[in-house]
Design a protein around this ligand. Structure first.
Ligand code: NAI
Length: 330
């Protein structure tokens, strides 16, 4: 039996984790869960939102499924997510965005994979207060991290039969930092003669995405642009409730939805578990349990085809009713 770390998060995390665990169990997947609490709820007891035991569990099991965790804005603790990605060197953030059956969206034929660099850029946390009225954040870009994320994007494209990788920067303005990311892309791209290469500025990309998204295939971006653009892409396919993600490094992988802990709908039994479920499906494929992954994928598509949706997608099902509907379709 494959042991997987489960971080059930806070906010809507526990509700959607329960749903996904039930669905995975119903699929017959050969998994046992190593449940690890993290986030706001453990700070008081353990003094940190990301106790060492969570990292140790992932190091032991190599793979985790993670529900969202709240990061308070302003001073205080560092984001659990940023810390987790840095501590385990999960440098590749993979966010596929594809239309789902009967989910009403502005465009059809959206099938974009956002590959976001996960360890540096303005997320490196290098900030200082110069005086009361001035603060500074450093945008750190290195050739090593830029080349490995571009390689990750091209390897993904090759493995998954994708035709094009497009690099997204603002290298016309940030000539050194974004310029280095672009230069790294150009170097790495030489090793992939069969894949189209494209270069675009992030502002133009955003305009093109909301006018004609189906022209894009795989996008590779530094951390901050990747964060923003992946939420935009989530909006193209029905919103955060259906946007899956994965953080992948050389040794470990953490699968998690794009969305956060949604405190506004916490405890109301209305959260959509689909984004976490799609992330879990990718996790099952990653650990070689394709049969269960396909079973769940088909059941989910069947549920959507029958127009059974949670409220965020215009339906009226609660989290638990939607979960039961997917289980019935397995
Ligand atoms: P959010 O993604 O939690 O919510 C944005 C909007 O989308 C809300 O209206 C929410 O109700 C809705 N939404 C999100 N997920 C949904 C779902 N599964 N079903 C139905 N509706 C859903 O973003 P927000 O409010 O900016 O962040 C809340 C907290 O989550 C913050 O502390 C933030 O730092 C944290 N966060 C954590 C992440 C993680 O753990 N990976 C990622 C993003 C944010």
């Amino acid at each position: 039996m494959r042991r997987i770390t489960l971080i059930n998060g806070d906010g809507i995390g526990p509700e959607i984790s329960d749903a996904v665990v039930k669905i995975i169990t119903a699929s017959g997947a050969d998994i046992s869960w190593d449940i690890q609490t993290a986030g706001a709820d453990v700070i008081e007891k353990e003094g940190t939102p990301l106790p060492e035991r969570v990292l140790n569990s992932i190091k032991e099991n190599k793979v985790a499924l993670k529900a969202p965790v709240t990061t308070p804005i302003g001073k205080g603790f560092r984001s659990v997510n940023v810390q987790l990605r840095k501590s385990l060197d999960l440098y590749g953030n993979l966010r596929p965005c594809k239309n789902l059956p009967n989910v009403k969206t502005k465009f059809e034929n959206v099938d974009i994979v956002v590959v976001r660099e996960n360890t540096e850029d303005l997320y490196a946390g290098i900030e200082r207060q110069i005086d009361d009225d001035t603060a500074e954040s450093i945008k750190l870009i290195t050739r090593n991290a830029s080349e490995r994320i571009c390689k990750f994007a091209f390897d993904y494209a090759l493995k998954n039969g994708r035709k094009e990788v497009c690099v997204v920067t603002k290298a016309n303005i940030m000539k050194l930092s974004d310029g280095l990311f672009l230069d790294s892309f150009r170097n790495i791209s030489k090793n992939y003669p069969d894949i189209n290469k494209r270069e675009i500025l992030v502002d133009n990309l955003c305009m093109q995405l909301v006018q004609n998204p189906s022209q894009f295939d795989v996008l590779v971006l530094p951390n901050l642009y990747g964060d923003i653009v992946s939420d935009l892409c989530a909006g193209l396919i029905g919103g955060l409730g259906v946007a899956q993600g994965a953080n992948i490094g050389n040794d470990y992988a953490v699968f998690e939805p794009v969305h956060g802990s949604a405190p506004d709908i916490k405890g109301k039994n209305i959260a959509n578990p689909t984004a976490l479920l799609l992330s879990a499906i990718e996790m099952l494929k990653y650990i070689g349990q394709e049969k269960s992954a396909l079973k769940i994928e088909n059941a989910l598509l069947k549920t959507f085809e029958a127009n059974l949706f949670t409220r965020d997608l215009g339906g009226c099902l609660s989290t638990t009713d939607f979960t039961d509907a997917v289980i019935r379709n397995i």
